[in-house]
Structures are given as structure tokens and as C-alpha cells.
Design a protein around this ligand. Structure first.
Ligand code: NI
Length: 137
């Protein structure tokens, strides 16, 4: 059995605000910095979706990257691009849209579309220097 990891990069632009509604404004600024400003702000998010699994003998693929591209366009880009994450995506009405929580959300969306013998990893960049990796654990 030969195992490999393939990855697909992509990006979307979206607005968000990080805050805990149980805290006052000053406490939110203290914890979340500029991301807690009241009127939202944008990030150019970049993601890498990595799939690890057996290389199929017939195709030489772990997973067809064209199919992965369609899945990501349908599930991720259509949902997030040019949206206000807090307002437009109902799951984030009550969950803080940190890169951790966005990655977990994306991981779960993709998990439903990929067969279970393939492991999924999401890497999500909010800025050039700030990113998260999530493996589904
Ligand atoms: Ni932010």
C-alpha cells in the first residue's frame, strides 16, 4: 500500500468580527484586538485542503483534483466568498469566526463529500503570518 498526500489551494475574501457577547467592548478589544471592532472588517483568507490516502493503481490518484476543485468551489467558495461570516453563515451567528472555528466548519463540510479512508487536513490563513491547521480531531 502506497500512501500520499495531495493538496489544493484556494482563497476567498470575507468579513468578520471576533467577539464574545458576554464581555463588554473593552474586554473584547483586549482579547481579540482589531478583529473586535464593531463594524466588521475583511480578510483575504487562503486555504490548503490536503487529502492523504492510498494511491489508486488504476488512476495513480489519491483523489481526483478536478473533483476536489468542484467540491471546494461548491462548498467553500460559494458559501464564504464576499460574505459577512458572522451574519451570512447561520452557524456563525453563535460561533466566533476564528480561523480555528472556520477550519473546523470547512473540515466538516468536506468530510461529508470524501470517502472515509482518506484523511483530511485543512490549513487556513487569515493573514500571511497567521494560520491554523486542523486534522479533524
Ligand atoms: Ni479579523
Amino acid at each position: 500500500m502506497t500512501i500520499a498526500t495531495i493538496s489544493k489551494k484556494g482563497s476567498f475574501s470575507a468579513a468578520h468580527r471576533l467577539y464574545n457577547k458576554q464581555w463588554n467592548y473593552d474586554k473584547n478589544i483586549e482579547v481579540f484586538g482589531k478583529c473586535a471592532y464593531l463594524n466588521y472588517h475583511g480578510h483575504n483568507y487562503e486555504y490548503v485542503v490536503s487529502l492523504t490516502g492510498e494511491v489508486d493503481k488504476k488512476t495513480g490518484f489519491v483523489f481526483n483534483l478536478n473533483d476536489l476543485s468542484k467540491i471546494l468551489h461548491h462548498l467553500v467558495i460559494n458559501l464564504f466568498d464576499h460574505k459577512n461570516i458572522n451574519i451570512d453563515i447561520k452557524e456563525f451567528n453563535s460561533i466566533n469566526p476564528t480561523i480555528e472555528n472556520i477550519s473546523i466548519f470547512i473540515w466538516n463540510l468536506i468530510r461529508n463529500q470524501i470517502r472515509l479512508d482518506i484523511d483530511i487536513k485543512i490549513t487556513l490563513y487569515e493573514t500571511q503570518n497567521n494560520f491554523v491547521e486542523y486534522y479533524g480531531k
